[in-house]
Structure formats: C-alpha cells, structure tokens
Design a protein around this ligand. Sequence first.
Ligand SMILES: NC(=O)c1ccc[n+]([C@@H]2O[C@H](COP(=O)([O-])OP(=O)(O)OC[C@H]3O[C@@H](n4cnc5c(N)ncnc54)[C@H](OP(=O)(O)O)[C@@H]3O)[C@@H](O)[C@H]2O)c1
Length: 275
Amino acid sequence: MRTTSVADDDEGISMSTPPTVLVTGASSGIGKGFATRYARQGHDVVLVARRADRLDALAAELENAHSVTATVVSADLTDPTAAETIGEHLDREGIEVGILVNCAGFGTAGPFIEEDPARLADEIAVDVVAPTLLTRRFLPSLVAAGTRGALIMVSSTASHQPVPNIAVYAACKAYVTSLTAAIWKELSGTGVRVLALCPGPTDTEFFEAAGSDRFKVGRVGTIDEVLDAAFAALDRGGDPVVTVGRGNRLQAFAAKLAPRRLTLAVGATSTTRAE
Ligand SMILES: NC(=O)c1ccc[n+]([C@@H]2O[C@H](COP(=O)([O-])OP(=O)(O)OC[C@H]3O[C@@H](n4cnc5c(N)ncnc54)[C@H](OP(=O)(O)O)[C@@H]3O)[C@@H](O)[C@H]2O)c1
C-alpha cells in the first residue's frame, strides 16, 4: 500500500470543502467513473484497487485536470484486514473520508457444482466482506460529514432475485442491497445519503474479469448511464435502492411479484443463453 500524494491543508477541513471520496475499484469501469466525476466536482479522492499503475495514472490525470488531491492506496480486498489497514493508513495521513463508494467487485459464473472454491472465497471476500468492513470502518466519518456525507454501495440487478449459473454473485449482491437498505434506515436523521446502486449489464472490464458472458443478460448499458442514475438518485433522495434503466426496473418489479419457480426458470434460461 502506498500514497502518491497527500496535500497538507493548513486550514483544516472547513464546511465549504467538499468531503473526500474513497472509491474502491477505481482502476477500472464504474469505480473509475465515480472517481472521475467526484474529482470533476472538486472532491479530493482516495483511489483503491490492486493495480497501482492504473491508479497512479488516474491520480495524475485527476490532479492535473481538476486541481484536487488524489491519494492512491493499492490494496487487495480479498484480505480480510484490508479495511482496517486502509483506515489506519488514512488516519496517519490525516485524511477524513466523507463519502464512500464501495464499487470493487467481480463475478463468477457457471453451474455452482463446477465453481472453484478458492475463487468463490475471493468473490465473497471482495463483494461482501470488504464493503461491509469498509462501511463499518468509515461510517463514523460519513456521519460526521452530515448532509455532505454519502455511502454508495454498487450492487446489481442480480441482487433482486436468485440467479442460477451466477448463484454466488447474485447472493453476494442480494446481501449488499439488503445491508445498504438497513443502514439507510439506521442513518435516517443523520443527513447521510445512502444508496444501493443496481446497474444491469454495463460496458466495463467486468465480463473479461469474470471470463464469462453469462452476465450479459439484456441490453449492455454505459458507465455514464450508471453514474447519471446514481447522482440523480442521490439528489432525489427517497428509495435507498436504485435500479439503473427502465427495462431493468421492470424486471426487478416483475421478480418481486412472480412465483419463485418462474423467476428461477427465467434466470436459468437467460444465463444459459447469454453464454
Ligand atoms: N459491468 C457490469 O455489467 C456490472 C453490472 C452490475 C453491477 N456491477 C458491479 O459494478 C462494480 C464495478 O464493476 P465494473 O463493471 O466496473 O468492473 P471492472 O471494470 O472489472 O472493475 C472492477 C474493479 O474492482 C476491482 N477489484 C477486483 N478485485 C479486487 C480485489 N481483490 N481487490 C481490490 N480491488 C479489486 C478492480 O481493480 P483491480 O483489478 O485493479 O484490483 C476494478 O477496479 C462491481 O461491484 C460489479 O459487481 C457491474
């Protein structure tokens, strides 16, 4: 873990300083998009992922383009101690996180009986354990940021129902959506905005990392569509669970109403056809 640059702010954090945003999964795709949008809005950013070369390049680009401070923390989120290590590192650097975007994640696909147990353990570590412990670690500083604080958990449309052939991924994301909604309720009155963001298939490196097209069920959207939906939802407030795209929202609604056997049959067919 290392830091490329941390600005010393002699005047401390004033109420007019936009809160620092920590983004996991900032080396690629949706996380990189969040980091870029927030930097464009004048927020300092903390960029977390494993690929330090990519994070360094993004940090340099954001610092040059937007005059913000971008701090790189290279960390492997399969490590159960990562949240605490990142937290201690930022404490030492005097960086207080007011907005947390838990975006790092990956999926596994295929019949559950054929899945590699070690990869499943990593998936649960990155998709479930890390966002849970990072949220627990940083929630006090998010609450301290009050109405300027926010928690964004990047979940998935797969969280709305069990999905055969991506069973563990869908279960991980169901956990994320459930956890986020409960935290939203617990934080009511604090001013902190809380969002479980549920994109459908989106054009990133996700499918390549998964080594499978089984996730490409339906239309593949853009990163900008996901970010637009997230920022609109944060501005709007209200429901803590936001599904990106009208077609995906319809599917999520149908999954709530349909008998489980039907939902499972549709899920099995779609993930088989997409392969
Ligand atoms: N793309 C989609 O279709 C889609 C749809 C719904 C939800 N999502 C969710 O959106 C989020 C972002 O995915 P994406 O689409 O942007 O995919 P992506 O382009 O593959 O980005 C995944 C990010 O997660 C990071 N990551 C993976 N394993 C990690 C580890 N062990 N430690 C630290 N960081 C790790 C990667 O960084 P390093 O490899 O550098 O570590 C990368 O920055 C994920 O949570 C995903 O489940 C994606």
